[in-house]
Design a protein around this ligand. Structure first.
Ligand code: F6R
Length: 634
């Protein structure tokens, strides 16, 4: 979380930093700031609470001229989001400025010592100790002062530091938070993420843990912990800049939902060649994959849900036992993995701190580790033994949609490949599976076309949800005891079975994230073991009930909900006459598809439902409160 950006060169640095921060805004957006070095004896800063737009407005009124600058967009960890806690932070004399992404764990002790030595702290952040440490050790050479300060720090960081005494220079360092150097004709850049550099250059160098970076307009130098120079060649990054535009959609989230059929098509085109599945970039030999006796999937949030769906696919197609863990649990549990385990880390960003730590844990136990990830050359992609890219293009909306279906697509293909390697799938079955897979984008497109056709109805339903939601809340908080009889309700319950159960979790997560309505996902079979107590006429119960081996069981669940007056929102297969008879309101349909592939289709109405409800509630869909796209702290 948090994004840092820096530029030094021949151009107006303020504008470049704002542009860079806008690209990084997905990493956090509660406050932001910029520090500019302009030849005076102090560094000048502007910072503000809120989104980058506010900083831009502030700078338009009070510009900062200069050709070397660092900037920051924040996701608060220590200290509330306000102007004081926004970065950059300055030393007592305002001669040194620091921006930081990460967490300094020993900041409490450092702060006490520094305060005793005369440092005047202006914020509640952990970051501020860095700038006072650099000032303490500064003896005329910024690089040496930063190097010395780093020795006192415990925790994670990507930092950029400037001093008014050393014009044109930025010193940066990295430990477990991402840092990338961008090399351009008219200056040098640094950023938390490649995507922020691509407006200026395709030539980038990934800085590694323990390394420092010294930038001037025309030079750069990387050195390791022992101050030994590091010679690393720049890599060229190919990324479609068009992806970062909304393309006529009102929100990135909707655009990304609509991109899914094309992404599926592209994945299949790239990976299925002449009836064979290929993962050319995966450095792990097929024989090594085939040797695995079990798979452990680790991931967080939506990526975790993709892992849950994949468990069904791996077990059905490759007949290999799979366990799925949230990364934060896996890493601290001393997990039972070893050389016979294939650890698959799923991540859109490739930077999720817990997932990265999980891969390190797997590697330390001699497991074979691979990642399914979207962001090219991200930390996970570089640390795992192997990587398969989802190539879904930049996902800008904080709520993940297209990354989810792209991850599932890659994992299904891997499951088929493993099935072949483990001799669990006959060639005929493989051909059947691939045939159905290739048809899937068309079916997904039909779900989206239906949405386009029925947009008014979707909006009307969302208005209904909104109205009833507020009625219920009013009733719940009413001081009139007669009105208060009802249970709290005003929430959404998502139920699914078997391979569609993970989509119940995903549907609930999408709704929670962007409309802040309480929502729970459950395996429908668990309903009687607790959640049924919540059902009266108040909650909406989203029942994922496509044609499947457990269809009859879902039908019974729906009867039970109906008998208690619950408001059912069913997702069914076209042509289903049973469920719509029981619950004719709010029916959402998907085309006919095998149960194995059905999660690719049932998730689309769930994404659209969350989107429509949040839009009706007037929420900030692409940048929901408190969240960030890339969770680089534990
Ligand atoms: C949900 C969402 C988050 C992420 C989670 C993992 O919409 O975006 O739950 O899925 O933070 O992020 P990655 O996939 O980047 O590791």
């Amino acid at each position: 979380m948090c994004g840092i950006f820096g530029y030094t060169g021949g151009r107006d640095a303020q504008a470049l930093v704002i542009q860079g921060l806008k690209r990084l805004e997905y990493r956090g957006y509660d406050s932001s700031g910029v520090a500019v070095q302009n030849g005076f004896d102090r560094i000048h800063i502007r910072k503000t609470q809120g989104k980058i737009k506010k900083l831009e407005e502030l700078l338009a009124k009070h510009p900062l001229k200069g050709k070397t600058a660092i900037g920051h967009t924040r996701w608060a960890t220590h200290g509330v989001p306000n102007e004081e806690n926004a970065h950059p932070h300055l030393d007592n004399e305002s001669q040194i400025a620091v921006v930081h992404n990460g967490i300094i764990e020993n900041f409490g002790d450092l702060k006490k010592t520094l305060e005793g030595e005369g440092a005047r702290f202006q914020s509640q952040t952990d970051t501020e100790v860095i700038v006072h440490l650099v000032a303490k050790y500064y003896k005329g050479n910024l690089e040496n002062a930063v190097r010395r300060a780093l020795k006192d720090l415990k925790g994670t960081y990507a930092i950029a530091v400037i001093s008014s005494k050393e014009p044109g220079k930025i010193v940066a360092a990295k430990m477990d938070s991402p840092l990338v150097l961008g090399l351009a004709k008219n200056g040098n850049f640094l950023a938390s993420d490649v995507s922020a550099l691509l407006d200026h250059t395709d030539d980038v160098i990934f800085v590694e843990n323990g390394e420092m970076l010294i930038l001037t307009e025309n030079t750069y130098r990387i050195s390791d912990r022992a101050d030994k120079p590091v010679n690393r060649k720049p890599v060229k990054i190919a990324w479609d800049r068009e992806q970062a535009q909304k393309g006529g959609h009102p929100h990135f989230m909707l655009k990304e939902i609509f991109e899914q059929p094309a992404i599926l098509t592209a994945i299949l085109k790239e990976r299925v060649i002449g009836g064979k599945i290929r993962f050319d970039e995966l450095k792990i030999p097929a024989a090594r994959l085939a040797r695995a006796k079990r798979i452990v999937i680790i991931a967080c949030g939506t990526s975790y849900h993709a892992g849950l769906v994949a468990k069904y696919a791996f077990e059905e197609l490759a007949r290999i036992p799979v366990s799925v863990d949230t990364s934060s649990e896996f890493r601290y549990r001393d997990p039972l993995v070893g050389p016979d385990t294939l650890v698959i880390a799923i991540s859109q960003s490739g930077e999720t701190a817990d997932t990265l730590a999980g891969v390190r844990e797997g590697k330390s136990k001699k497991a074979c580790t691979m990642t399914v990830c979207n962001v090219l050359a991200s930390s996970l992609a570089r640390e795992a033994h192997g990587v398969i890219y989802t190539h879904a293009g930049s996902e800008i909306a904080v709520a993940s949609t297209k990354a989810y279906t792209a991850q599932m697509a890659i994992l299904y293909l891997l499951a088929i490949q493993l099935g072949v390697l483990r001799k669990k799938l006959a060639p005929k079955r493989v051909q059947q599976l691939l045939k159905e897979f290739l048809h899937l984008p068309l079916l997904m497109q039909r779900v989206l076309d239906d949405y386009k056709k029925d947009q008014k109805e979707w909006a009307q339903n969302a208005r209904d949800f909104n109205r009833r939601y507020h009625d219920q809340l009013e009733r719940y908080f009413s001081t009139d005891p007669e009105k208060r009889k009802r249970s709290p309700s005003g929430f959404f319950l998502y139920l699914g079975r078997n391979i569609n159960y993970p989509n119940a979790l995903e549907g609930a997560l999408k709704l929670k994230e962007i409309s802040y309505i309480p929502a729970e996902g459950y395996p429908a079979g668990e309903m009687k073991h607790g959640p049924i107590a919540l059902i009266d006429e108040n909650p909406w119960v989203i029942c994922i009930a496509p044609q499947s081996a457990t269809y009859d069981k879902m039908l019974s669940n729906i009867q039970e909900i109906r008998a208690r007056g619950g408001c059912i929102v069913p997702i069914v297969t076209e042509g289903d006459t049973e469920i719509p008879k029981l619950s004719p309101m709010y029916v959402m349909e998907i085309p006919k598809v095998s149960e194995l592939f059905s999660p690719f289709l049932t998730v689309v109405p769930l994404q659209l439902l969350a989107y429509c409800v949040a839009r009706e509630f007037g929420e900030d869909i692409d940048q929901p409160r408190n969240l960030a796209k890339s969770v680089t702290v534990e």
